[in-house]
Ligand binder design. Sequence first.
Ligand code: CP
Length: 351
Amino acid sequence: MKNYNIQFDKNGRLRHFLTIEGLKRQLLVDILDTAESFSGVTAQSIKKVPLLRGKTVVNLFFEPSTRTRTTFELAAKRLSADVLNINVTASATTKGETLLDTLHNLQAMHCDMFVVRHDRGGAAHFIAQHAAPHISVINAGDGRHAHPTQAMLDMFTIRRHKKEFAKLNVAIVGDILHSRVARSQIHALTTLGVNEVRVIGPETLIPCEVETLGVHVYHDLREGLRDVDVIIMLRLQHERMKGALLPSEHEYFCLYGLTEEKLAYAKPDVIVMHPGPINRGVEIDSSVADGPRSVILEQVTHGIAVRMAIMSMVLSGSSSIPLSIRPPGMAEVPKTQEQLSGKANSEGEII
Ligand code: CP
C-alpha cells in the first residue's frame, strides 16, 4: 500500500494515479493548472480535443457510483478516447473470475487505461502492480483508503474560490474514519500548504492518531467551524461501518448536521463543499446544501476538467501535451525528460 514509486515510470513521469500521499506539491499544482486549461474546452461549443485519440479507457467499477464514473466517461470522451464501461454485476466476475483474470482479459483487448473503483483498499495498486507496461491505472476510490481524483477536483474548486492555499483554514466534518475522500483531501491540503486542516466529528468516527497526518481534531462542530474558509461535509458511510457507532441519525444531525445557524460560526465568505452523494437532513440541511455558500454542484462540473488533466498526463507521459493539440489558453507546461535531453522536439515528438 505504501509503494508510491509505482505511480511513476523509470523516467520519473506519472504513469498511474493511485494516491496523493507522497506526491510533490509541484505535481499537484501542475494537475490544477492543466485542469484550468481543460475547463475552457468543456465550455466550448465543440467540447473535444484529440489528445487521447486512438486510446481505449476502461471504466472498471466494482462499487456503485454516479459522479465519478460519469465524469470519467465524459472526460475520456472529451479527450477523444474510446470508452468501455464494464458493468461488473453483468460481468464474469459474478461467475467466479478473479480480478487478475479480468485484468488479463481486458489487457488482451489492447486497452490503455483502467479507471478502477473497488470496495477493497489497495485494489487499484494491485491492478497497477500486475498491469502490462503500457497500461495506466487511475484509482477512482478503493475501500476507505483513497479517492485521489475527488481530492484533486476539490482542490481545484477551492483554488477557484480562494486563490491562496497558505491562508486557508479548512474543516472536514463527519465520518472521517470510513472516508477515503477525507484521507486524500488531508494529503492534498497539507501538501498544498494550507494554514490549518481541522477534522470534526464524534469520537467514534475519528481515526486514532489522525493528528499524525497534520490535522487538528474537534468534537464540537461550532468550535471547529469558527473562522474557517472552507467546510467539507461528509456523509455517514453506513456500508463501511461495523456495529453501531452512532445513537441515531436524528441525534447526529443535531450535533454535526450543518445548518445555517452553525454555518454562521465560519467566515462570512466560507464555501460549503460535499463530495456527494449528500444525505439531506443527516449531515447537511437543504437550506445550506442549496444555499449561496454551497459549491457542491460546481465540484461535479470541475470533476470533468480535473479528470481530463489527470488522464492526459498519465497517458501522454506527464505534462508533455503537444502545442498543436493543446487547448486554447492552455498554460505553458514543463518540458519532458526527452525534450530536456534533446531526444524530443518542442512538441514532445521523439526525434
Ligand atoms: N464523490 C463520489 O465519489 O461520488 P460517486 O460515488 O457518485 O462516484
